[in-house]
Design a protein around this ligand. Structure first.
Ligand code: NAP
Length: 563
């Protein structure tokens, strides 16, 4: 079992009490080992007393680490003093369960080696206690060229009880190398990748049998870049449920750290008892990055990659990748020219699927039907804008005129989905040529039952006079971090009233300027979370073969967006 180790930095004797309190909280939260990072404290005159108190009162077995600045730590003093302090800590009573020391420094001189080993052996031989040496190596800049040689040196050293290799991942692919090291390790080993690409190595340490994984306390910056908190490991990533049989899923995008998908899918896995773990997997924009990482994830069979959600900017890349790999592409992905879901089937075959398009259609359909129930008294007929909203459900999509604002990836999926459903779709975009390109592309593809899609690229100035049953914003206008958070893609002179549906795809913030205006003018609104939740529920079913628990994803999104 891989032990969650909370790393706590203590810089002065005055911080000891608070550090012990934090450690107790983190052990209650599920940490099994406490690492006392006493790099700066080690240079204080009262270091030995303070550190022995930390060891004595530690709420769980502990590691004492005085990391030198040359290996990314905060100890800048003389190395002889550091080693003497380690010797004193190790021979004190009680001594720590583990002492961490760097491979590079241990092999530097026979004297250093002798003293460090004395600290470990004293406890073991004199007091019959088990103090073990964690021999470690770090590279905060990247993967060391001699990584394999360092691993071999630690594995062959009889003094090394636990080998620890940590380096800054240059891409998610480095995590795969960490897993390979763990699989071939002849003794307890820790192989971790630091930085934003390294999270998978920290979470899936449990799948590949690492001795421990490091975590930080809530609100603490951590002792290395990319450390999750103890709570995140256990609650968000299902750390306790991970075993070597766990299937791996994830979301690929750039940037991806704020994605809600890991929360939804991991909570869903727990709710239905599915043995899976879902991770954010950042891949930079370029096709070559995408291709190389996909190869690495798919070809490394011990990973058990079951599927991926794919978001900006890789939806087109996914289609290309699956096509070039001889996989299967579903009709709607072909139609959109993009896919947001990859399935890796048991026989290794890849399937590209688009859940954005059906999710958008379903969200819009629900909105229209709900409106019918809520306003059954409203008379149908007259101009299209006054048609009862239940019409889509009763007479089908062919009677519905839908204006889609935007011509990017999301708009393309929504237009493809709606036109496949049979709606009359009108695209309005700042760059008119992009709207025309969608019209052209979809006209080239006949509908499955024969006939042509009804897709028209309109001019922005024509939105207000177009008589639409529904408006869908698929631009990034109104989005947090987007081009114009206070913007509204609908013109001010638009006629909105209770018979018109206004749907948003932007879900941060939940209420955009467009939705606010639509609500004020009495239109029925569908927020961007509806489409997001539906596409995630569809993916969940594809990944697990089980329906997402009713209402769970909606509830999680509402909580996460603090609605
Ligand atoms: P994209 O490919 O980058 O397209 C962006 C679109 O927004 C383009 O049509 C662009 O027009 C337009 N735009 C950007 N800034 C504008 C401005 N200042 N004024 C007018 N138009 C502007 O992005 P995407 O992937 O399609 O995503 C678009 C939106 O959909 C995002 O807000 C995203 O969060 C949302 N989305 C939601 C879901 C969901 O599940 N709810 C799923 C996917 C996407 P030009 O062509 O003129 O540049």
């Amino acid at each position: 079992m891989t032990l969650i180790t909370v790393a706590i930095t203590v810089e002065t004797p005055a911080e000891v009490l608070e550090a012990l309190r934090t450690a107790t909280q983190q052990v209650q939260a599920g940490a099994r080992i406490v690492e006392w990072r006493v790099d700066a404290l080690a240079e204080d005159a009262g270091a030995l007393d303070a550190i022995t108190r930390l060891v004595r009162e530690s709420p769980a077995p502990c590691i004492v680490t005085i990391r030198s600045a040359s290996e990314g730590g905060g100890y800048r003093g003389d190395d002889t003093d550091r080693v003497s302090l380690i010797e004193a800590i190790g021979t004190a009573d009680p001594g720590p369960r583990y002492i961490d020391f760097e491979l590079l420094h241990l092999s530097r001189s026979a004297n250093i080696r002798q003293k460090v080993l004395l600290a470990v052996d004293h406890a073991r031989q004199v007091r019959d206690l088990k103090t073990s040496l964690i021999l470690s190596t770090h590279d905060f800049k990247g993967r060391p060229n001699d990584l394999a040689r360092r691993a071999a040196a630690m594995w062959q050293d009889p003094a090394c009880a636990i080998a620890k290799l940590a380096w800054r991942a240059r891409s998610v692919r480095d995590c795969i190398e960490a897993f390979e090291l763990l699989l071939q390790a002849p003794k307890p080993t820790v192989a971790l990748c630091m930085g934003p690409f390294g999270l998978a190595s920290r979470v899936l340490a449990a799948k590949f049998g690492a001795f421990l994984t490091y975590a930080r306390a809530d609100g603490d910056p951590g002792t290395a870049p990319g450390q999750p908190t103890v709570r995140q490991l256990r609650q968000d990533f299902r750390f306790d449920a991970i075993s070597k049989n766990t299937r791996v899923f994830g979301v690929i995008g750039w940037p991806i750290e704020h994605s809600l998908s890991p929360l939804l899918h991991n909570t869903g896995f727990s709710a239905v008892g599915f043995d899976g773990c879902y991770l954010p997997l950042p891949i930079p924009t370029e096709w070559e990055h995408f291709k190389a990482t996909m190869h690495a994830l798919i070809d490394f069979k011990p990973l058990d990659l079951g599927g991926l959600s794919v978001t900006l900017p890789h939806k087109e890349n996914l289609l290309r990748y699956v096509r070039e790999s001889g996989g299967v592409i579903d009709a709607i992905s072909e139609r959109c020219g993009a896919a947001n879901t990859l399935l890796v089937e048991a026989n290794g075959r890849l399937r590209a699927i688009n859940t954005d398009a059906p999710a958008a259609v379903a969200a819009l359909a629900v909105g229209m039907q709900m409106r019918a129930q809520a306003s059954a008294a409203l008379a149908a007929g007259g101009t299209p804008n006054s048609i009862d909203g239940g019409l889509a459900a009763r007479v089908g999509w062919s009677a519905m005129r839908v204006a889609v604002l935007g011509a990017g990836g999301a708009a393309r999926a929504i237009v493809a989905g709606l036109s496949l459903a049979g709606a009359q779709v009108f695209i309005f975009n700042r760059t008119h040529e992009r709207a025309e390109a969608i019209e052209r592309d979809l006209h080239r593809q006949p509908l499955p039952g024969g006939g042509e899609s009804h897709v028209v690229a309109g001019r922005l100035g024509e939105i207000a006079s177009g008589h639409f049953h529904a408006f869908v914003n698929a631009t990034s206008v109104g989005m947090e971090g987007g081009a114009d958070i206070s913007g509204n893609p609908l013109p001010n002179d638009i006629q909105l009233h209770p018979q018109v549906v206004v749907m948003e795809t932007v879900y941060t913030p939940r209420i955009t300027p467009m939705l606010r205006m639509a609500t004020e003018r009495g239109a029925r609104v569908i927020d961007g979370a509806q489409m997001f939740v539906k596409q995630a529920e569809m993916q969940f079913q594809l990944f697990t073969g089980t329906e997402a628990p009713a209402g769970l994803f909606q509830q999680l999104v509402q909580q996460a967006l603090a609605i």
